[in-house]
Design a protein. Structure first.
Length: 264
């Protein structure tokens, strides 16, 4: 997730414009998108990620009977239900919006989010109305490639596995993020270290609450919830559940895609 996502968090949460107190708005936004580490119930599934302290990812679990068939069926259903969104204007007319609203030029895969559908995914993923659909940059336009499946931060192993098999796909979570106070302060988001790297956001070298406080920031232990992507329109069937699709080979190695969970 790019820093730009957090820069535009105010736009993404429509109701906060009704509030007048800056500190209240800040708390509303933070409470809406973040959670404490203690909410994570599946720590036993997570693999070490020493090269990316801003990411938590489940390892590929041992397969169980029917897992692959269930994942294949889910992918087929999602593909059927979102085919109409190959025309991005149809997606927009159904309430999907770019997130971030203005994708930077180096962002090749973007989310279009339907806030209404997304809010309901805490309880159940609806393949007919996914909260987020995925597009890949295609020349001057965008090509539909799939949808995102989500689960709440405090989802159990069973709940996550029921939504998308843990033996077929990897779920990921964004964490340890330092943001400005207030979170929508555009000038604060522009702050960089002498080497040009950002002070705030999920690509910052700041990874602890104590470090974050030095820069007058607010530390978010966990941001948003569990996510996994179903790339149902990619050419290579092996990439349908490949969570590093569209990333560089170095990122692929960093995240340890398809690493087995040896202690489960």
């Amino acid at each position: 997730m790019k820093t730009t996502t957090f820069k535009n968090i105010l736009i993404a949460i429509s109701f906060i414009s009704l509030l007048s107190c800056a500190s209240t708005i800040d708390k509303v936004v933070v409470n809406a998108i973040s959670a404490p580490d203690s909410d994570i119930k599946v720590n036993h599934l997570l693999m070490p990620m020493p090269n990316d302290p801003h990411m938590a990812m489940t390892a590929i679990m041992p397969p169980k009977d029917g897992d692959q068939e269930r994942a294949d069926s889910l992918a087929r259903v999602i593909k059927k239900n979102i085919t109409k969104y190959k025309d991005i204007e149809v997606a927009k007319s159904d309430g999907y919006e770019f997130f971030p609203p203005e994708p930077p030029a180096d962002m090749n895969i973007v989310h279009l989010v339907n806030r209404k559908f997304s809010a309901k995914e805490n309880k159940k993923f609806n393949s007919e109305k996914p909260g987020s659909i995925l597009y890949e940059r295609d020349g001057n336009g965008w090509k539909l490639i799939g949808a995102m499946i989500t689960a709440p931060v405090d989802a159990s192993e069973k709940e996550m596995n029921e939504r998308a098999p843990l033996s077929v796909t990897q779920w990921h979570l964004h964490k340890n993020v330092c943001v400005p106070k207030p979170i929508w302060d555009g000038e604060q988001w522009k702050k960089t270290f002498p080497d040009g790297s950002p002070v705030y956001g999920p690509t910052s070298k700041v990874t602890t609450a104590s470090e974050c406080s030095k820069y007058q920031g607010r530390f978010l232990p966990v941001v948003f919830g569990w996510m996994t992507h179903a790339y149902v329109f990619v050419d290579n069937p092996d990439d349908v559940w490949n969570q590093m699709y569209g990333h560089t080979s170095s990122e692929h190695d960093m995240h340890g895609d398809h690493q087995k969970h040896e202690n489960h």
